[in-house]
Ligand binder design. Structure first.
Ligand SMILES: [Zn+2]
Length: 103
């Protein structure tokens, strides 16, 4: 049975002390970044999630690109067009895969 999930440690979920940010929420935040808004909250949420759940974005092959996007955005720069395009395509593909439950 193959589930397309990226919970870093499912057996640990019951303890539920820290606020867990869902992976799909993080992907949604990346969309916000792509559209040009970088709030401190968004940045911190993404950074923290990347630190706690590296499997998630590495699995999608997005980790490095999202880090580059955050770095550029948080220096107040526009993300380079090619980076935006690639991220859009890859996030859309990821979203479609998750939405259709192909796996
Ligand atoms: Zn994750």
């Amino acid at each position: 049975m193959t589930e397309f999930t990226c919970a870093s440690n499912p057996s640990d979920a019951a303890s539920g002390g820290e606020s867990h940010v869902d992976c799909s929420e993080v992907i949604a935040e990346v969309w916000t970044l792509l559209d040009g808004e970088c709030t401190p909250e968004t940045r911190n949420k993404l950074r923290q999630h990347l630190e706690k759940c590296p499997e998630c974005l590495r699995h999608y092959g997005l980790e490095e690109r999202i880090k580059a996007l955050i770095a550029a955005k948080c220096r107040g720069e526009k993300a380079p067009d090619h980076l935006r395009e690639r991220l859009r395509m890859e996030i859309r593909r990821t979203t479609i895969i998750r939405g259709q439950q192909l796996f």
